[in-house]
Write a protein that binds this ligand. Structure first.
Ligand code: ZN
Length: 193
């Protein structure tokens, strides 16, 4: 699907979905393939995501790969020199400058792989993700399984009462649920009017 033998290098791939949908696992899978091909890979994530480790992209199944935490999108351009592939994890937490950063990297011949939550816990498009999906050549939406009915899930339902947009958490804070269970729980998009 991805043109690992493309004639002209430089494009953007987005991997998006809800919590527990396997975004980071898919990111790591692609990066391992790039490393097998002897490509130079750099991985960045926002400083805000310090759940496990400052220096590793860690997925929920502890499949990990080293990364560089950065305080803003502009820092990525400073660090991403002499690389073939730039990966960005938890991209939803970056400032809007991340869109231009990805475009510049792709224009300079870098394969950019961006992973992030496409919606916040309210079901709203999350930060720069919708714009990144618009400018990307390839968008892959991965799904979790709804813990309430078994459908494909694309919402991250928050189980705590906090109304902060950013609550970094694990299984105790969120559950993946489908559109219909989300609507039933939140009262959104009811068919009755
Ligand atoms: Zn459901």
């Amino acid at each position: 699907m991805f043109l690992e033998n493309a004639k002209k290098a430089g494009w953007i791939e987005v991997i998006c979905g809800s919590m527990f949908s396997g975004k980071t696992e898919e990111l790591i899978r692609r990066l391992k393939r790039a490393k097998f091909a002897n490509l130079r890979v750099e991985i960045f994530k926002p400083m805000i995501d310090v759940r496990y480790s400052l220096e590793e992209v860690v997925s929920h199944d502890s499949n990990s790969i080293r990364s560089t935490p950065v305080d803003s999108s502009a820092s990525i351009l400073l660090y991403a020199t002499d690389v073939d592939v730039v990966a960005i994890d938890e991209a939803q937490f970056f400032d809007s400058g991340i869109i231009d950063v990805c475009q510049k990297l792709a224009a300079s011949g870098v394969r950019v792989i961006v992973a992030g939550l496409d919606m916040d816990y309210l079901g709203k498009p999350f930060g720069p993700m919708p714009s990144l999906m618009a400018v990307a050549e390839y968008v892959t939406k991965v799904h979790a399984i709804c813990v309430r009915c078994g459908n494909l899930a694309h919402h991250s339902h928050r189980l705590t009462k906090s109304d902060k947009l950013v609550v970094l958490g694990e299984k105790e804070s969120y559950e993946p649920i489908c559109r219909h269970c989300f609507n039933a729980l939140t009262g959104q998009h009811s068919q009755e009017s």
